[in-house]
Design a protein around this ligand. Structure first.
Ligand code: SF4
Length: 446
């Protein structure tokens, strides 16, 4: 996949015993969410009832490996920049008046809120949505944050940020609040362990076997405090719009998000893709890493050997979170084809999706250069033909390959220099991701 851009990872831990230090566990957890964003990172933590905050550009391992501070309550963030450029001032958690927040999602059209807040006398230090949300809560509650209640904040968010996508953590001196938007666009999971209450973007961040695990529902909030946890009611709606790309691409293969096992669903999508395909081939080659389990399902279903013919350079970043000017260079450095595995072979390449087409072009070129007889691309998501308004940075239709070549398969094949290209049929895709429960907006015309 010439990748989608988006993503942030959030994590919060509250120690059941106030004498326990959870910082090391939190660093472990947020590192497990590093795949969700690599631009900047940070931790906000409580010491003597005051919030301290450390943010940095780059990876967690490069900035927090020797972090020796202690705390029993803390939140952490890893950021991919969507709103606001890569700049230390936009790194999260964002901190204001002894409250810290971190956030995954977007409240696009944020200028409306900013204008109201500026008129009310609020100044802005960053370009991030987190700052707007936090100051909006201050503005609407108009009271000391020590008196904020779970339901009051939830009502403000649910009413004022309808149809926005957010999973949000708020750190106060003695508690953590967590909230999910009413349509449940982004995952957010509460986990109880023996000694902690935790809240994570994905459950792969867990450091030990959970005693309890709850995926928050749309519009629901949770409070973690010294007495335990309080789960609010969800928003009263039957429809959700969970982002399908959380399962297809963003989430770790080791995660369960939206109560789905990511690996199992990718295998199923590969099987469904294979069930409607009959192209002859000698091997099925996965595009690592997110294409792997789909390729596995495809190869199993069709009884064609799975072959690791494309090596992935582990040191390159995920290409969807690369900035445009670096993306092509990264793709060049990312893939290496093993010649003796592909020479004189007819090859099916399986990947999760196509956005701009750079990866398909490059891989086809490399396979043919190394002697492949034919290259057939197979994708286990439908064509992406529209922009995303909920935090995944597909910002213009012009950049989308499937949009450019709508119903012109021959032209598309010519441009990519593949022998054929096929997507999972939309009706099969809907069997896994029902449109009443999942967002399909980027597969549809306006
Ligand atoms: S439009 Fe696409 S990328 Fe955006 S939230 Fe919906 S499914 Fe996810």
């Amino acid at each position: 996949m010439s990748k989608l851009k988006h993503e942030c990872g959030i994590a919060g831990i509250f120690a059941k015993n106030k004498n326990n230090n959870i910082i090391e566990k939190l660093i472990f957890s947020i590192s497990k969410l590093q795949h969700r964003g690599q631009d900047s990172c940070g931790i906000a933590y409580i010491q003597n009832e005051k919030i301290k905050n450390k943010t940095a550009l780059g990876l967690i391992k490069d900035n927090f490996s020797n972090f020796k501070e202690k705390s029993n309550i803390a939140i952490a963030h890893t950021r991919y920049a969507t709103i606001g450029k890569i700049d230390i001032k936009n790194a999260q958690p964002y901190f204001f008046n002894n409250v810290a927040v971190c956030f995954n999602g977007t409240i696009s059209a944020n200028t409306k809120y900013k204008k109201i807040l500026k008129n009310a006398g609020y100044a802005f230090d960053t370009n991030s949505d987190s700052e707007i949300i936090l100051k909006w809560i201050f503005f609407k509650t108009n009271k000391n944050p020590n008196n904020w209640s779970l339901d009051e904040i939830r009502h403000i968010l649910n009413n004022d940020f309808k149809n926005k996508a957010y999973s949000l953590l708020i750190l106060l001196k003695d508690k953590i609040f967590a909230f999910k938007d009413i349509y449940s666009y982004r995952p957010l999971i509460f986990i109880e362990t023996k000694n902690e209450y935790c809240i994570f973007s994905e459950d792969c961040a867990t450091f030990e076997t959970p005693l309890k695990k709850i995926e928050l529902k749309g519009g629901q909030g949770i409070e973690l405090n010294k007495n335990g946890y309080i789960l609010s009611d969800p928003y009263n709606s039957t429809k959700s719009k969970k982002c399908v790309f959380e399962i297809i691409y963003f989430a770790s293969k080791n995660s369960n998000v939206f109560n789905m096992n990511v690996k199992e669903k990718r295998i199923l999508l590969g099987e469904l893709l294979a069930s409607k395909d009959n192209v002859d081939a000698d091997i099925v080659v996965p595009v690592m890493n997110s294409g792997f389990w789909g390729a596995y399902g495809y190869s199993k279903k069709r009884g064609i050997k799975l072959c690791f013919a494309i090596k992935n350079n582990k040191n390159t970043l995920r290409t969807f979170i690369e900035k445009e000017n670096k993306r092509n260079k990264t793709i060049d450095e990312k893939y290496k084809v093993i010649k003796n595995k592909v020479k004189d072979k007819n090859i099916i390449v399986v990947d999760d999706s196509i956005v701009r087409g750079h990866t398909v072009k490059k891989i086809t070129y490399l396979l043919k250069k190394n002697g492949a007889k034919s290259v057939h691309f197979r994708l286990f998501s439908p064509p992406i033909i529209n922009v995303c308004n909920w935090g995944v940075d597909i910002s213009s239709k012009e950049e989308l390959l499937a949009c450019k070549y709508k119903s012109k398969d021959n032209d598309l094949i010519k441009e990519l220099k593949t022998d054929s290209i096929k997507y999972i049929p939309y009706e099969l895709f809907c069997k896994v991701f029902n449109e009443n429960q999942w967002c399909h907006s980027c597969f549809k015309e306006d």
